[in-house]
Each structure stands twice: as structure tokens, then as C-alpha cells.
Design a protein around this ligand. Sequence first.
Ligand SMILES: Cc1cc2nc3c(=O)[nH]c(=O)nc-3n(C[C@H](O)[C@H](O)[C@H](O)COP(=O)(O)OP(=O)(O)OC[C@H]3O[C@@H](n4cnc5c(N)ncnc54)[C@H](O)[C@@H]3O)c2cc1C
Length: 465
Amino acid sequence: MKSIQCHVIVVGAGIAGFSAAVRAAETGAAVVLIDKSAGPLGDGNTLMTSGSFRAGGKSPRSHPSELYEFAMSEGVAYPDLAMAWANNCGRAVEWLSNCGVIVSETTPGRIWLEPETEICLAPVYKKDVGARVLAKLKRRFEQFGGRYLNDLAAVNLICKNGRVSGVIAVENDETLECYSASVILSTGGFSANQEMLRQHIGQRAGNCKLRGSKNCTGDGLRMALEVGAKAVNLQYFYGHLLSRKALIDDRFWPYPRLDSFVEEGILIDRNGNRFVDEGRGDVAVANELARSHDVTAAALIFDSTTWHAARDDAVSNSAKTPPPNPWLLDNEGELFCHDAIEGLGEAVGVNGLNLRKTLEQYNRAVQSNAASVLPVARTGKPKPLCAPFYGLKVVPGITFTMGGVLVNGRCEVLNAKEKPIQGLYAAGDVIGGLMGGHRGGYTGGLTQAVVTGILAGENAARSDS
Ligand SMILES: Cc1cc2nc3c(=O)[nH]c(=O)nc-3n(C[C@H](O)[C@H](O)[C@H](O)COP(=O)(O)OP(=O)(O)OC[C@H]3O[C@@H](n4cnc5c(N)ncnc54)[C@H](O)[C@@H]3O)c2cc1C
């Protein structure tokens, strides 16, 4: 069996893995970064990112106490990790910039990576943010003597006497033993693993659409669990409701986002009833639908004011995400419109009579400021819906899973007793403990990945075998 030896092995070449690998190499370690894809820059979610570098909807340069408070507000984050993230978001911006990544603040606090990227409408609206960022990190990695090996999939961790000392990896049918003082797992989440989605998110969650890379198959989570790691918050994901009709590809249709339809409309099950507080926001609503028994039968109902306002893009001030109106129609999407609510119900495949009762009750409650006492309370800023009514058949789209391997503020992987597993670190979407919760709890995939990558790289480089 062939073998290699180095100080730090990083498994997974997305932005978390490259950040970890560069930082470990900058710290003086001999680093090998491996990826299971054939690509020169991995093939994970990073290659699809839009590059919005936010920290819980705030500037990553916000005061750490403000960021910490946001991360802890859902009640599911771990204080040590949340504190480390909050303390290092601002530093991550400067570090990326030092690595040559173009970091642009389009309006105060609104930071984008590589904003001058090519735009396309599908499958991702910005074509090459991730590739540009990773190419720069890769250049720096190689300048510091790092080695990148693609087409090499880690399958198991090497663990002796409770200490991780390398990985077993496979290239075609050949096995390679990679020995190191420390291993950093940065393999992304498990959004592309239907079995894990069913196990952790909901029995029918395998029917959700994948809104990210097919390589996020939960390998790092599986390997870490095999050596006794603790996993947390596995039930949460970042994602959005998507139109059920698959246009671009049966599996992957990330845009346009339907946030404003959720905020101003109602989500209905096949019986014509509301079942979730839409005021919790699009991410939380997508999570709730994914956990239900009827993942592929819900419809989003809104009215013509909301449809016409959807021409304005509330998501981005710089490069515009394609707004649903007219994107849906221009791309043979399904949009239903009817003057009578029963008729719309039949068209979107839900019980029209019940839908009428639901809508009448909803409108009455909203008009009399009593939305909080509806059978399913409605928070946010609901408005009464008026004819003509619009509807979309929807399904949750999973961008990335928010839960994963629990790490501390040094990005050491923790065991069931929340003690570090010697030699094992994790970064990026493979981790859990920062995101998730009742209202979504999204701190930002990129800030999580870069901050934990930096910390994992620094600490792994310093660890002795
Ligand atoms: C469409 C889209 C838009 C997004 N936009 C934004 C945004 O604007 N802002 C934001 O903050 N976040 C955004 N995100 C989320 C963000 O991109 C991710 O959170 C982040 O890129 C995760 O990086 P990562 O390095 O942890 O994982 P990934 O980039 O997914 O990388 C994981 C890597 O691990 C490799 N791998 C997996 N298993 C193995 C194995 N066994 N052995 C070796 N290699 C393996 C994969 O091939 C892959 O290259 C977006 C995501 C998507 C999909």
C-alpha cells in the first residue's frame, strides 16, 4: 500500500479546506490538501457561491459582542465556538484580502468576495466567484509549499489510542495511507446524501431539491462519528422554497428565490390548511416543510401586489439575483393565477374549498390585528390577500446542512463528553454548533467556513503528534 507523510492533512478543498490549508502552511507546517473530485479547485458548494460575505445579516466587521449575540439568539449555538466566530469574522476579511482575494464593500457593511464576476442566470446566478477565490488561495498555498492532490477520496480516519494520525484515501481502486500529526475535515455537509437527510431532517426530506454540490455527501461527518465525535444540530439546513417544476435540471434549480412570497403570502398543505408561521422567514419555513410528511405537496399563495413587486430584487444591491418576475415565465416556469381562490386551489393541487376557508379566516385575522391568535399564529408583517390570487407549487431546496461535527473555539473536534479528539479538527459546512434554530439561525456559510478554516489551520499546524 502506498503512503505519504506530512504535518497536516486537509480533507476537502472548498473555501474552508483551502483557508485551513493556507493558514497551516503560512504557520510553517507541511500541508497536503486532498479532494475527491477531479477538479483543480475541489467541486463543492464554494464553486456555486454568490460571494455575499455576511455575519448573521450584519457586517463581519461588526463588534464581536453583536455577532456573538446574534449567533446565540436561537439557543442552539455553542458559546465557545460562537465566540471564536464572532471574534474572527473581521479578521477573516483582512486575511482573505491579504491572500489576494478581492473584497468589496458595496454599501457600508455589505461585503462581497470577487464582485466583478461573470453573471449568468442558472444554475447559479454568479458564475465564478468561488473559482476566483479558490484560485487565489491555491496560489498562496503553493507559494508556501502546500501540495494539492485531487481525485483522492478520504474514506476512513487512522486512529490509534484515541488519537487521529491520518486518513485512508482511495484513488480509483488504489488505497493511499496519509499519515500526519493532525487531520482537518472540511468535506462540506450532507445535503447530497438522501439517506442522511431522511435520518436527520425528516423521513421524507430525501424529496427535497439539492441546491448545492452533489459532492456534499456527509463523508466527514461519517468519518468523525466513527472515531467518537459528537454531532449537533443535524436537523437544520440553510435553503429556500423553490418552485417544484424543475427546469434546468431535475435535481438542481437554485434561483429565483421566493422569499418575498413567503413573507407576504401563505403556505398551504394539500388539505388547504396553513401549517407553519410564514413570518419565521423563508429558511425556517423550508425547514418546516422538509420535516413534514408531505414535502412535495405544498403550495405558496400570494396576490398580484406581491407578484408585481417581485420585479424588485430585495436580496442584492450589486449584482442582481434574477427576480421571480419575470424569470419564472421566461423560463417556462409554472405560475398559477385565478380570480377565485377555490379555482387557484384546484390548479395548484390543494383542496380549494378548505383553502377558501383558510384564506377568509386569515384575512379576517390580519385585518383585525389578530394574526397571533390564528390556529397557526402568524408573525412578521402579514397583509390581507386579494384577488387575483397567485400560486406556486413548491418544494424545499437544500443549499447546505447547518449541523455537523461539534468543534470548540480552536476547531478541535469534540467527543461525546465534549473533550477534544486529539489530532482531529474540522471547518466549514461539516461542522455543527454555530447555526440553526427556530427562525433559521443563518450566520453565513462563507464566514463560518473562512473563520473555522483559519482557526483549524493555525491550531492543527501547532499540534504535535
Ligand atoms: C448556490 C449557492 C450560493 C451560495 N451563496 C452564498 C453566499 O452568497 N454567501 C455565503 O455566506 N454562503 C453562500 N453559500 C454557502 C457557501 O458556499 C458554503 O457554506 C461554503 O462554500 C462551504 O464551504 P466548505 O469548504 O465547507 O464546503 P464545500 O465548498 O462544499 O467543499 C467541500 C469539498 O470537500 C470535498 N469532499 C467531500 N467529501 C470528500 C472526501 N471523502 N474526500 C475528499 N474530499 C471530499 C468535495 O469534493 C468539496 O470539494 C452558497 C451555497 C450555494 C450552493
